[in-house]
Design a protein around this ligand. Structure first.
Ligand SMILES: C[S@@+](CC[C@H](N)C(=O)[O-])C[C@H]1O[C@@H](n2cnc3c(N)ncnc32)[C@H](O)[C@@H]1O
Length: 555
């Protein structure tokens, strides 16, 4: 009777050919045998296998199966492994591509500017020894138990200094864990200036514990605190030491699976993680890369997919110097408005003009609403100014459309916003009048002018990255970019097509573009395009996989 009710896992566990069955299951998984040739969505796939489990909540993570399939399709087949060249992921994030490269015994190079990504890549793509990790864990827990409740000589990171993000007990526990990790790896653990992999592993556990035990809303990338009512219940249940133990157990299992596979197959591949800017790709030689697989940021790190904000809680507890943590997003692609360099992309100019016109129309509606709201007031000058502004926008829209180059476009845009700026100064009186009537911010006249500058800056930066990718890639090799066409002011930016244009202008050939639905990606499904409360639009339901080729030397 008992036998009949056993689960499949029980059955496999007891089966004499268990290891063989397990191995063939993994092979099917890595060969993507359960999916059609045309499959890119991988809705039913397990996206957390091996070390992909570790920090799988990293913003806009690529799913492993996409990287896996691209490597299968485009990494060259060699007769002699000794001439294999590494793969490159210039926006490595949580290291998905590099883990996949390791699982195929291919060397890889991972660039990212976010120190959390840099740490996680190393933890995920280094085959570690599980018994050694267990030994270190025991030592760490011993230090924690000995020092619990004692005054600990660890600095409280800025994010925890006010009690706004962590309760007192959690701060004490996190300090004890941090101290225990530092003590365990004190002396002899630094190797040529880099922290040993095992210490990184525990710092990753600490970082995740800090995020999970903070008042941060777990389903948000941006730093948003949970509602006050939730905090009471959260405080009752949160236990940072227990959380650290659980995270260690989960990360260890992931590492066991990954290292076990790597060792069983006697692989030798390595992942080199670099904390560096992909516009520079310092140290990567020309023609030295066999395949590029990457998912670049969308250009909205400041507003929507905020990598830096996501990383703030882990990093403040991990890094010795936390001064740069708050500004990470500013350093990422397109993070700073820079309108002095324009990429050579006619489609981008057309898109920018469309965004600008859409923005101007939205602006007109805002001004008209504001005018309505102050209609009962005696602010004759302000009302006249608002009417003039509406007419001004009408007459200005054609001149936006008429510009034929970026320099002209920026000049027109700046003139437009200067005029709007004057109007806004005049609207201040109206705002005051509205406030006294408790109409609130709904009727206020706002300007949002910065988005376009960021769009242009993003593509300007992106073209620098593409130029470097072209240089470092070997001849007749592929560059695969998984991109999303995000929406700005209700205008969808054809990022995939713009990238193809930019790539061609640098010498790349466009091989193909695959399209996939996004069932799993960690992305907000909507944003607020107009900043009008309650007005939202979908962000991205699909993404494009653009495949470019660097032509052979003789072409
Ligand atoms: C879409 S995410 C990559 C996600 C990754 N494929 C994964 O599976 O986790 C984009 C990454 O690009 C990084 N990034 C943005 N600008 C960068 C730059 N200029 N140089 C290097 N990395 C950058 C961000 O920190 C972020 O981790």
């Amino acid at each position: 009777m008992q036998e009949k009710h056993q689960t499949l896992d029980d059955f496999l566990e007891k089966h004499p050919d268990r290891q063989e069955i397990e191995a063939s299951k993994i092979k099917r998984m890595l060969d993507l045998d359960d999916f059609e040739e045309s499959e890119w969505t991988f809705k039913t796939a397990d996206t957390k296998e091996f070390t992909h489990f570790i920090f799988h909540e990293y913003p806009a993570r690529m799913i492993p199966q996409v990287a896996r399939k691209l490597i299968k399709m485009y990494y060259p087949r060699y007769d002699s492994p000794s001439i294999k060249k590494p793969m490159l992921d210039p926006f490595a994030g949580s290291g998905t591509t590099c883990v996949e490269a390791m699982l195929r015994n291919i060397d890889s190079i991972a660039f990212d500017l976010n120190p959390l990504a840099h740490l996680v890549e190393q933890v995920k793509a280094t085959p570690m020894d599980p018994p050694t990790l267990k030994r270190h864990f025991k030592a760490i827990m011993q230090h924690v138990n000995e020092n619990r409740g004692k005054k600990i000589l660890e600095t409280i990171p800025p994010v925890a200094q006010t009690g706004f993000w962590f309760n007192e007990a959690t701060i004490g526990s996190l300090l004890a864990i941090k101290y225990a990790i530092n003590e365990t790896f004190k002396g002899g653990t630094r190797h040529e200036g880099t922290i040993l992999p095992a210490k990184n592993f525990f710092l990753a556990c600490l970082g995740k514990t800090a995020r999970d035990c903070s008042y941060q809303r777990k389903d948000e990338n941006k730093t948003y605190r949970m509602e006050r009512e939730r905090m009471v219940e959260f405080d009752r249940n949160v236990d940072a030491i227990q959380c650290f133990k659980t995270i260690f157990g989960n990360f260890l299992r992931a590492t066991e699976a990954f290292s076990g596979y790597y060792r069983t197959h006697q692989f030798t591949a390595k992942c080199t993680a670099v904390l560096g800017n992909s516009m520079v790709l310092e140290g990567v030689a020309d023609n030295s890369i066999d395949l590029i697989v990457t998912s670049p940021p969308y250009g909205d790190s400041q507003t929507t997919v905020a990598y830096g904000q996501f990383s703030r809680f882990p990093l403040e507890w991990i890094l010795p110097d936390t001064s740069g943590v708050k500004n990470i997003d500013e350093h990422l692609l397109g993070g700073v408005e820079n309108e002095t360099e324009f990429p050579d992309a006619p489609l981008l100019l057309v898109t920018c003009k469309n965004i600008m016109v859409a923005q101007a129309k939205q602006q007109q509606i805002l001004i008209a609403t504001f005018l309505d709201a102050i209609g009962q007031s005696e602010l004759t000058d302000t009302k006249q100014e608002m009417k003039d502004l509406i007419t001004f926008i009408d007459t200005h829209m054609p001149s936006i459309q008429d510009t034929t180059d970026f320099a002209g476009f920026i000049a027109t845009k700046n003139a437009y916003y200067a005029r709007l700026g004057n109007g806004r100064a005049c609207a201040a009186k109206g705002n005051k009048w509205l406030d006294t009537r408790a109409l609130g911010k709904h009727g206020r006249f706002k300007i949002y002018e910065d988005r376009l500058g960021y769009v242009i800056s993003f593509f300007a930066d992106f073209s620098k990255v593409l130029a470097r990718l072209y240089q470092v890639l070997d001849y007749d090799r592929k560059c695969c970019l998984v991109v999303g066409n995000r929406t700005v002011k209700n205008v969808q930016i054809p990022t995939d097509e713009i990238i193809v244009d930019l790539g061609k202008s640098m010498g790349f050939e466009h091989v193909t573009t695959f399209y996939r639905d996004i069932p799993n990606k960690r992305m907000p499904l909507s944003n607020s395009p107009s900043n009008v409360p309650g007005e939202i639009s979908p962000t991205m339901a699909k993404e494009s996989i653009v495949v470019l080729n660097k032509p052979g030397r003789m072409k």
